[in-house]
Design a protein around this ligand. Structure first.
Ligand code: ZN
Length: 471
């Protein structure tokens, strides 16, 4: 069986290949002080080079306060980390912390998982795409995928919690449609770090951990994802708490960028095309930023991967705006009946009404910089892709990952990309059936359930008391 060869028999050689990095990239652990490739140039002994600086993409100025997420000068822009280490140096750690030199932390959070890059895939053969690689972030131990929360949101949770640990230990407040919350809950449980999570009540079933945790304060909101975001924003100003930050969080983006780094290091060069489903757009922005760093590195090619991104019909505001090459999303035009659209998609995590699209350094800029393409994927195609990946790779996908796979199927069927092109498909989650078989699952009970229009004072007071005991 062809697919069997990918799933189990070749697991060991595959892992060996993954770890066979280009010689120049294998190096000692990277510490707090980065090193520029400046040869033997002598530096003063007492002035270590900061590992990274933060720069405003819109205005170009450096930001002194590393804790801010918005430009102090008021630019509507993402802030971006610029690492002193221009060339990618691999660290001897597992998971995302193999790429510690391009993460805004000084130490790894262990144990940690990471993305896994698979080449020579049965899916590629089925679609007639000779050079398709898959990055999988979920649970499938035969190929080294060991994220027991089942989603690439675990990558961002790892880096975000480690960064908070290194910068003062405040408690992050996370708004989530389900997967991000579960990822933060899982890492919080593993590390004993407190976290506040706000989800729509309809997503409660997605909030479980594989080990018991008393460190999660879960708020269920009777509303949709946007309502959860509004409540999380209010809670993040409670003393001792900080907003997780979403796309504005550089730790989150650079952790997600390890998908592009791992695929590139594995292949020895950047892919030509990158496929992913997008809700907030953060993962795709992260992939683009990682490719900018790789281009600047100089060893992995000088052409940025072209972003091919998908949304789930009928919730497709970025598809609509990008079709017109418009930076601004116009709700009346791009998302005329948002409430109904949210209720009709197969992947709720893709229904962010305020994605990081227009902001400088956001998804519009990423698409423009790479001459990107947006796909609109109906549920029927998503479910067909779900079955296709299960049949070819043996993985039960998260619905969002199925939407990405369906976009690739569209591209193959319509000949939108050359058959021999080097393609990276980011499958952002899955393996839930295996997780359920191999681990206990503890459903997290809400500490508080909030009804529409209900005053938040009682919730805030309850949270303050919880912080006294857990903060
Ligand atoms: Zn600025």
């Amino acid at each position: 069986m062809e697919q069997e060869s990918l799933k189990r028999k070749n697991a060991a050689p595959l892992l060996q290949y993954r770890r066979a990095a280009p010689a120049e990239t294998t190096a000692a652990p990277h510490g707090v002080t980065g090193s520029r490739d400046t040869g033997n140039e002598k530096k003063p002994a007492c002035t270590p080079i900061p590992k990274f600086h933060i720069r405003c993409v819109g205005g170009g100025e450096f930001i002194d306060d590393p804790s801010v997420m918005n430009c102090p000068q008021g630019h509507d822009s993402l802030l971006r980390a610029e690492y002193s280490c221009r060339r990618l140096v691999l660290s001897p750690y597992s998971g995302i912390f193999r790429y510690l030199c391009w993460l805004p932390v000084t130490q790894p959070l262990v144990p940690s998982g990471g993305p896994v890059t698979l080449g020579g895939t049965a899916l590629g053969r089925e679609l007639g795409l000779a050079n398709l690689s898959i990055s999988f972030s979920g649970y499938f131990p035969e190929c080294g995928a060991d994220l027991t929360t089942g989603s690439f949101k675990e990558l961002e949770a790892l880096a975000t919690l480690q960064r908070l640990r290194e910068t003062g230990g405040k408690i992050p407040v996370v708004a989530s449609a389900g997967n991000t919350g579960r990822a933060f809950a899982g890492i919080a449980a593993r590390c004993g770090m407190p976290v506040v999570i706000v989800v729509p009540e309809t997503s409660r079933h997605l909030l479980w951990t594989t080990q018991e945790s008393r460190d999660v304060y879960l708020v269920a909101v009777k509303g949709d994802y946007s309502d959860a975001i509004a409540v999380a924003t209010a809670l993040s100003s409670v003393p001792g708490c900080v907003p997780e930050g979403g796309a504005k969080n550089i730790a989150r983006r650079d952790a997600m960028g390890t998908v592009m780094l791992d695929a590139t290091v594995t292949a020895g060069r950047m892919p030509e095309y990158y496929f992913q489903a997008v809700g907030s757009g953060t993962g795709a922005i992260a992939a683009w930023e990682a490719s900018l760093r790789l281009r600047n590195d100089g060893r992995y090619g000088d052409r940025l991967p072209i972003l091919h991104l998908a949304q789930n019909e009928p919730f497709t505001p970025m598809v609509s705006a990008w079709r017109d090459r418009r930076r601004q999303i116009i709700p009346e035009k791009d998302l005329p009946d948002a409430g109904r659209a949210v209720s009709q998609v197969m992947s709720n995590v893709l229904t962010n009404r305020n994605p990081s699209y227009a902001i400088r350094g956001g998804l519009f800029d990423a698409l423009a910089d790479t001459d990107g393409v947006m796909y609109s994927v109906p549920n029927a195609e998503g479910y067909a892709a779900l079955r296709l990946v299960r049949d070819t790779e043996g993985i039960d996908l998260d619905p969002a990952a199925a939407i990405a796979a369906a976009a690739l199927v569209q591209a193959a069927e319509r000949d939108l990309i050359p058959r021999t092109a080097r393609i990276l498909l980011n499958l952002t989650g899955g393996g839930y059936e295996r997780i359920g078989e191999e681990f206990p699952q503890y459903l997290i009970e809400p500490a508080f359930t909030l009804s529409p229009g209900e005053p938040r004072e009682a919730l805030i007071q309850d949270l303050k008391e919880w912080i006294v005991n857990h903060g």
